[in-house]
Design a protein around this ligand. Structure first.
Ligand SMILES: [Zn+2]
Length: 72
């Protein structure tokens, strides 16, 4: 159990800024002009049947780390 601390407006503002920066750092699934290279999670933008439904661009792993940091 953490010790009670008085409300710190400056710290609260800093946390809000950091949270917004983390939200802005989220990335979408990769879409390429050559649909073979598009991420499998883009759906119709991906024409590689083996990748369909799977994230092949790393966005899911990247965004999961951000969600983990936001949920602490
Ligand atoms: Zn992806």
């Amino acid at each position: 159990m953490s010790e009670w601390q008085p409300f710190d407006a400056a710290k609260d503002a800093q946390i809000r800024t950091l949270r917004n920066a983390l939200l802005a750092a989220k990335i979408p699934h990769y879409v390429c002009e050559d649909c073979w290279y598009s991420c499998g999670k883009t759906g119709v933008d991906c024409c590689n049947d083996a990748a369909r439904g799977k994230c092949t661009c790393g966005a899911d792993a990247h965004n999961a780390k951000i969600d983990e940091a936001l949920n602490v």
